[in-house]
Design a protein around this ligand. Sequence first.
Ligand SMILES: NC(=O)c1ccc[n+]([C@@H]2O[C@H](COP(=O)([O-])OP(=O)(O)OC[C@H]3O[C@@H](n4cnc5c(N)ncnc54)[C@H](OP(=O)(O)O)[C@@H]3O)[C@@H](O)[C@H]2O)c1
Length: 323
Amino acid sequence: MLAAVAHAQNPSDPLSCLELREVPTPVPPAGWTRIKVKASSMNMHDVWTLRGVGHDPKNIPIILGCDVAGVTDDGREVIIYPVIADPDAGNGDETLDPNRALLSEQHDGGFAEYIVVPDRCVIPKPHQLSFEEAACLPVTWSTAYRMLFTQGQLKAGDRVLVQGAGGGVASAAIALAAAAGATVYATSRTEEKRALALELGAHDAFESGARLPERVDLVIETVGEATWGHSLRCLRPGGAIVIAGTTSGTSPEADLGRIFYQQLRVLGSTGSTRHEMVAMLRMLATTGLRPRIDRVLPLERIHEGFAAMIAGETQGKIVITVS
Ligand SMILES: NC(=O)c1ccc[n+]([C@@H]2O[C@H](COP(=O)([O-])OP(=O)(O)OC[C@H]3O[C@@H](n4cnc5c(N)ncnc54)[C@H](OP(=O)(O)O)[C@@H]3O)[C@@H](O)[C@H]2O)c1
């Protein structure tokens, strides 16, 4: 079968390490399911793998792609829960399994004609979602769902600030929080992305670092160093900040005095459980929320898609389809 394989790692020229090549069609071991891939979307995670960041070189070569939807050998339309992990090893929460792995880290991913995954990773695709839409959801939308509703305990009527509206997790968080009845404030460095935030359901959008009309109950943080101080200052006493990423850097001034005096809660968040992903899918099916797709390309044009993503030319997800 045809697959997009990371065959090397290079920090300055990641795309030279990605090759479309013929590989053997996988045969599922006992307890695993084979899926004919219909659509698979791109993430910066794939680029970090090609650059050699956060990916063990001993797992190269590997097929990239961690957001996948397709059809099982017995004809079920499915979407893949992308974390291979054991809930028992995480006290009932697979995101806490110390040996958890995202698809394409230790196991071949979805930029290929077929993929095999553990049976528990197979989730029925809601009929309301196309394969292209479904393939945009497992990583960013499930992460945003856990940040808001599990870690952040968001309730209707709460006020939430989402930093860096242009990001994949941030834009999903804006849409989900607004649909859940929260008042949503968003920040972005550009006018264009502030307009996008309003389109997604934010009630108001501000330049990064601007004073908000009121303090908030919850901050959704994926930008990191550049916005951390602002996030802390925007919280009401007792409010919570949930952090899942640090795009602009990992070491801001901690401002510990503010944290203890205002009794703020700082919570990390990574990925989602299978259950949270199923709940997120139900929420999309019933609310009509949909991910924004920038473009759809065939597997043969995957390099073109990655080049656009690396250049920051995209507004929404790039989806790869496989015929
Ligand atoms: N924990 C998890 O499970 C998980 C899952 C997915 C992603 N992540 C992580 O979450 C982070 C966000 O990823 P993403 O793909 O959603 O978005 P992203 O494309 O990495 O960017 C997030 C946003 O940060 C803002 N930003 C970047 N540099 C900035 C700076 N110097 N100053 C101010 N704002 C800046 C930008 O917003 P504006 O342009 O709108 O200002 C950008 O859109 C990444 O670090 C990623 O690795 C974690």
